[in-house]
Design a protein around this ligand. Structure first.
Ligand code: 5GP
Length: 126
């Protein structure tokens, strides 16, 4: 079966684009040439870090489909470095990417949430 082509429209006024342009401050955990990781403004756990690519990708599917391999590798290695930096490797952590309306994605710039620092309970509230 042929795959349906998807098109994404990136909104450059979103809050993470503004953070990347330096218009809004952030508490940076690490930064690489392709990736920025910073503390969430409303943390939902003792550790709550957002990791974003610097490129203009709307969501997970957009990033996976259109980012060059170098950016995808850099992004995932940066996530691993964040886990080291915020010391969640030993006790564990959770990585979440919300997408679209069912995923309750608020900011339309692809990001992962890295959560930890306490037992996080079941994956979803029932
Ligand atoms: P989403 O629901 O899109 O997956 O998550 C967006 C996240 O961005 C939320 O956890 C929210 O607290 C965080 N956020 C929204 N605005 C800002 C901001 O200006 N600075 C930071 N550091 N985090 C933000």
């Amino acid at each position: 079966m042929a795959e349906k082509a998807r098109f994404w429209t990136y909104d450059p006024t979103n809050i993470f684009a503004r953070i990347l342009r330096g218009e809004i401050p952030n508490k940076t955990v690490i930064e690489t040439s392709h990736t920025l990781a910073f503390h969430d403004i409303h943390p939902q756990a003792p550790v709550h870090v957002l990791v974003i690519p610097k490129g203009p990708y709307v969501d997970f599917a957009h990033f996976a489909a259109e980012a060059p391999a170098e950016e995808i590798v850099d992004f995932h290695r940066a996530c691993a470095r964040v886990c080291e930096a915020v010391a969640v490797n030993e006790d564990g952590f959770r990585i979440i990417s919300n997408s679209g309306s069912h995923g309750h994605q608020d900011v339309p710039h692809f990001h992962l949430h890295i959560l930890g620092g306490r037992p996080l309970g079941p994956m979803l509230a029932r």
